[in-house]
Design a binder for this molecule. Structure first.
Ligand code: ATP
Ligand code: MG
Length: 371
């Protein structure tokens, strides 16, 4: 076996009414990777995804999964070997939550008790309360239904997971939770996941690779998130990737060689000290820390007035984006670096962070290329 799980070769779909949903698509999806299809509404994401499990048959070209042309595999067999989370939750209305989740394992011959037991575990995995197990889909919120849809797709433990905008109906906070859970899950399970979204930020966060689709089902770019932000293939992609592209691309640049500077600190009992290498001259900004040494806020030079709310924190292994944001959001202009336990270990200076950004830019082939 090669390391390619799914391969589109000239795969296209033109509907009987003449709509070309997907132009001849060439795309290779590595096994064990999370690949995102992203693009504006109507650009063929769902159609492309459905060509993988034969819910849509290509009108040209081929799609192969693990080397087999999907049209040679009976559709029901193909679908049971893949988890599928639909754009609308797609739950069976007359079955309870737990039986919805257990559907495919039951079809695969898993005894009812065992399938339900596993379904209850999966409820917890997607962050739903066990008390929901006996409800019907109509008795759940849209976001809860989507979580059940994700649990159902995971139930058969499939090697391939197709997810069509699975997090679109939930609020931003829940959405972040679900994204984090998916990344955790993927780190443990290494499934081949194809994930559709129209949200470029979600694509960049989740994807090992991202396929950007344009109007008319054209594949505009297929690249790592980093490449996408740094070197969009054309104006369409650049536009779609959108604002703050330069700043966001710093997410992928580690900030490991930035010099750490000392900072004056004061503890809740009033004890003063310094964290970081060396000493600091008196009279500058003072960082308030709690009893454990975690940052709490800043005191202006001269110590007048109430402490100011601190900026974001730069954590170990953080990127240049995190370092720069920590500096820009800090009242002192100094980025507070913390250790794994959240204790302040020193500060980074904005000028040095920007210098690192510039070094990084010059090291990139695209950094010196003509516009
Ligand atoms: N059964 C169909 N018959 C005719 N045209 C269709 C059919 N299904 C989809 N289309 C058209 O194909 C194009 C691609 O649709 P598709 O559902 O793949 O888009 P999408 O990228 O998933 O969009 P969205 O982000 O809105 O979900 C659209 O123009 C759509 O109207
Ligand atoms: Mg769609």
């Amino acid at each position: 076996m090669t390391d390619i799980a799914i391969r589109f070769e000239g795969a296209g779909k033109t509907y009987p009414d003449g709509t070309t949903a997907v132009e001849a698509l060439d795309l290779e999806i590595p096994r064990g990777s999370l690949t995102v299809f992203v693009g504006p509404s109507g650009c063929g994401k769902t159609t492309s995804l459905r060509m993988i499990n034969r819910m849509v048959e290509p009108t040209s070209g081929t799609v192969t999964v693990e080397g087999r042309d999907v049209t040679s595999v009976p559709a029901h067999e193909l679908r049971r070997s893949m988890g599928y989370v639909m754009q609308q939750s797609g739950l069976l209305p007359h079955r309870t939550v737990v039986d919805n989740i257990a559907t495919v394992p039951r079809l695969n011959g898993v005894p009812r008790r065992q399938a339900r037991e596993r379904a209850r575990e999966l409820l917890a995995t997607v962050g739903l309360d066990a008390s929901l197990a006996g409800r019907y889909p109509a008795q759940l919120s849209g976001g809860q239904q989507q979580r059940v849809g994700v649990a159902r797709a995971l139930a058969a433990d499939p090697p391939v997971l197709l997810m069509d905008e699975p997090f679109s109906a939930v609020d931003p906070v829940v959405r972040q939770d679900l994204q984090r859970e998916l990344l955790d899950l993927q780190q443990r399970l290494h499934r081949t996941i194809v994930f559709v979204t129209h949200d470029i930020d979600e694509a960049v966060l989740l994807g090992n690779r991202v396929a950007v689709f344009a109007e008319g089902g054209r594949l505009a770019q297929y690249a790592t998130p980093e490449e996408l932000l740094r070197a969009p293939a054309d104006d369409f992609v650049a536009d779609f990737v959108g604002r703050d592209r330069g700043f966001r691309s710093l997410t992928f640049v580690p900030a490991h060689d930035l010099p750490l500077h000392p900072v004056a600190v004061v503890r809740p009992d009033g004890a003063e000290g310094v964290v970081g290498p060396g000493s600091v001259p008196a009279g500058g900004w003072v960082l308030q820390v709690d009893d454990d040494g975690a940052p709490r806020g800043w005191l202006r030079p001269g110590a007048g007035g109430a402490p100011l709310v601190g900026g974001t924190l730069h954590r170990p292994g953080g990127s240049l984006r995190s370092a720069l944001d920590a500096a820009l959001s800090s009242p002192s202009g100094l980025a507070v670096a913390v250790d794994d336990a959240g204790r302040a270990v020193g500060v980074l200076r904005a000028t040095e962070i920007v210098a690192a950004v510039e070094r990084e830019r010059q090291a990139q082939p695209s950094g010196t290329a003509a516009p």
